[in-house]
Design a protein around this ligand. Structure first.
Ligand SMILES: [Zn+2]
Length: 122
């Protein structure tokens, strides 16, 4: 009887712990780490259509045609192996609105941090 009484809180603790690790398995930071492992450059991949919707939300003055053509053009260039003048692969999302360049040359930042890239170019 004493063993059962002593053992019970441990079992309850284990149960609580498994609930904690279960809930910790879901949040964004873990998902984000896993996303980062999937891409070579640290970008978060996004589908072309999804990015266009997001871009238009943030830039209501831009026409869908304009951003879509820019992205298709930059994606085509990426697939043909076009590189930034520094030698790095181009960043399609940035290259859609400026010239064909890599992330670092466009933004001045060394590495992407929560920055998006079209999934086909990741
Ligand atoms: Zn560059």
């Amino acid at each position: 009887m004493a063993n059962r009484l002593k053992g019970y809180p441990i079992a309850q603790n284990l149960h609580t712990m498994s609930k904690i690790s279960f809930s910790w398995g879901r949040p964004g930071w873990l998902k984000r780490i896993r996303e980062r492992e999937l891409v070579k450059t640290g970008f978060i991949p996004i589908k072309l259509g999804e990015y266009i919707d997001r871009h238009l939300e943030n830039n209501p003055d831009t026409s869908r045609k304009e951003i879509e053509e820019g992205l298709q053009d930059a994606l085509g260039a990426y697939k043909q192996g076009v590189r930034c003048e520094c030698g790095e692969p181009i960043w399609v999302i940035g290259s859609a609105v400026v010239e064909y360049s890599c992330f670092t040359c466009i933004t001045g930042e060394a590495t992407p941090d929560d920055d998006l890239e079209i999934d086909e170019a990741c």
